[in-house]
Design a protein around this ligand. Structure first.
Ligand SMILES: C[S@@+](CC[C@H](N)C(=O)[O-])C[C@H]1O[C@@H](n2cnc3c(N)ncnc32)[C@H](O)[C@@H]1O
Length: 265
């Protein structure tokens, strides 16, 4: 494991953290009362919040499997990994290709604390964890190049990450910098929150996160589409994550307020 920010390795249990609130949404145990409190507040505003978390995770599974199976991708750079929740991305990728190489990146010390579970992969493959901030893409690239070959295609996944980073805090620059570093044949997989379907609930959710000190940004369909500028979107384009190549029957009714898509360089 490698790290760029040793000063941030302390777990702060006095305020909610996105990774831990998401863990609570997914039914995990690696969260604290402050995280559960915000999670409960969000589910009171939007009954669909737990479904949204599950739908997002399932999108990660399908997109990763699709890229490994259909596009032969064998290298994965996953930024904003979250607390391990099985199956993790490397388990999906290595179930298709045991020699797949995966680099995980997150800036939350709780993810670092649990990173051991992300490092248990196949003997043929490689998994590595980097503690770094997505807003410093050059530092991430520097560390990822030790494991991944940027002259060959790889999948860059930014799944449920970008709604924690406003454009003015560098969301667009970081995507542009990372995509620029990718070889032809690489893919960008992303999902991020939208207020297009349920504007009032999403606005109240944003306010609840803000009260807990967490920035949350909703983006329109057009705004999410521009993250894929210069890439060719795989079918079905940018859609609610539940509608991206669904395999199972819908998990309940109502919209899922996260757009997802996969673009090919
Ligand atoms: C909602 S979780 C998503 C986890 C996983 N990608 C998924 O979709 O299932 C968002 C993750 O992004 C991480 N994150 C938020 N801002 C970040 C930043 N600036 N740099 C790195 N990671 C960040 C959080 O710590 C959290 O683990």
């Amino acid at each position: 494991m490698t790290g760029t920010e040793p000063a941030t390795h302390e777990i702060d249990t006095t305020r909610p953290h996105p990774a831990r609130v998401y863990d609570w949404f997914l039914g995990g145990k690696d969260n604290y009362p402050v995280d559960e409190q915000l999670g409960r507040q969000i589910t009171a505003i939007d009954q669909g919040a737990l479904r949204a978390a599950r739908a997002n995770r399932a999108f990660m599974h399908r997109a990763t499997r699709t890229l490994a199976e259909e596009r032969g991708i064998r290298q994965f750079l996953d930024i904003g990994t979250g607390i391990p929740t099985e199956p993790n991305l490397h388990q999906i990728a290595q179930s298709v290709a045991p020699d797949a190489r995966v680099v995980y990146v997150d800036n939350d010390p709780i993810v670092l604390a649990h990173a051991g579970a992300l490092l248990r992969g196949t003997p043929e493959g490689v998994t590595e964890y980097v503690q770094a901030d997505a807003r410093d893409p050059h530092a991430i690239l520097e560390q990822a190049t030790r494991i991944l070959d940027f002259d060959r295609p790889l999948a860059l996944s930014l799944i449920a990450l970008l709604h924690f980073i406003a454009d003015e805090d560098g969301a667009r620059d970081l995507v542009a910098t990372l995509v620029d570093a990718l070889a032809p044949g690489s893919c960008l997989v992303l999902s991020t929150m939208t207020a297009d379907f349920e504007p009032e609930n999403v606005r109240r959710g944003i306010d609840a996160y803000a009260a807990g000190g967490v920035t949350l940004v909703a983006r329109s369909h057009a705004e999410v589409g521009t993250f894929f500028g210069g890439l060719r979107l795989l079918e079905p384009g940018v859609v609610s994550v539940a509608q991206w190549r669904p395999e199972d029957a819908p998990d309940g009714d109502g919209p899922i307020s996260l757009y997802g898509g996969v673009g090919l360089k």
